[in-house]
Design a protein. Structure first.
Ligand code: HEC
Length: 124
């Protein structure tokens, strides 16, 4: 019985650790980000809530200004791409106002994080 339990735990562990890279933005959001970014919880944490378009538009505006200041605007990409690219930077590093590095999804790639940011800042 004990060995079965061990095998079961391993399978569970690996299916969870592999799933981060394969999920859609919404899947990853549901696993890692919803705790703080769900509409019900976000105001408590001071985080922008998923699907709160005005909160995200404000974040995008600030991010775009930061990118201009850092001289990291990619000229042949649209404004929205540049805003999200800068939001990716803060999502990866975390912030001192409570956003943990990579939003606790340590297996997430840049592409994973961008797809979550796109999901949270859209009306889906
Ligand atoms: C422990 C709570 C917590 C979790 C979990 C969390 N966040 Fe956050 N997040 C925050 C808070 C609080 C802020 C606002 C921080 C600030 O204003 O500096 C924030 C802000 C952000 C921002 C905006 C950054 C900016 O420059 O304005 C992005 C993007 C973001 N989170 C992405 C994510 C993603 C993606 C995940 C999941 C993979 C995630 N967060 C998980 C708490 C969390």
């Amino acid at each position: 019985m004990r060995i079965l339990y061990l095998i079961f735990s391993f399978v569970l562990f690996f299916s969870f650790s592999l799933s981060a890279e394969s999920g859609s933005g919404k899947d990853i959001f549901d696993r890692y980000c919803t705790v703080c970014h769900s509409p019900g919880m976000a105001s408590m944490f001071g985080a922008p809530a998923a699907q709160d378009l005005s909160a995200w538009n404000e974040r995008k505006k600030l991010a775009y200004d930061r990118a201009v200041e850092k001289n990291s605007i990619v000229a042949d990409k649209p404004k929205d791409w540049n805003s999200i690219n800068e939001l990716l930077e803060t999502a990866k590093s975390g912030t001192d106002k409570g956003m943990p590095p990579k939003g606790t999804c340590s297996d997430c790639t840049d592409e994973n994080l961008v797809s979550v940011i796109e999901f949270m800042s859209s009306s889906e």
